[in-house]
Unconditional design. Structure first.
Length: 121
């Protein structure tokens, strides 16, 4: 069973969506990340080198969400998963949730979200 680092409510402006309006006007995206890894060594050594620096992960997520526009938030979530798994060798798996709280549609609702769960296996 893996231990978990939780990163909640990461707010980033991005230009993701299928409409031209969404590509031209940045909108808010909210990302939650769960990073699964073994934290036993870090909990004993108290050494940042024995865990994943969540400040770096926050920067990676912000760069991806604020970067290249995608049609689908599913693709943005997959990009996050792929980059984090490639960059952080201690990472055994992760869960990424991306919320689009105010999509530019006529219907009134609390927003759209996707959640991806990926692992090295």
């Amino acid at each position: 069973m893996a231990d978990t680092i939780f990163l909640r409510g990461i707010e980033v402006k991005g230009r993701h969506g299928c409409s031209e309006f969404e590509r031209q006007h940045a909108q808010l995206f909210i990302v939650d990340a769960e990073l699964y890894l073994d934290l036993e060594r870090a909990s004993k050594t108290d050494d940042l080198g024995d865990t994943i620096d969540y400040v770096q992960v926050l920067g990676d997520i912000k760069k991806i969400v604020g970067g290249t526009p995608r049609n689908l938030i599913e693709t943005v979530a997959q990009d996050i998963c792929e980059i984090l798994l490639r960059k952080y060798f201690l990472l055994e798996g992760l869960k990424i949730t991306i919320r689009k709280p105010n999509p530019p549609v006529k219907e009134k609702f609390a927003g759209a979200a996707v959640q991806l769960v990926r692992s090295r296996q």
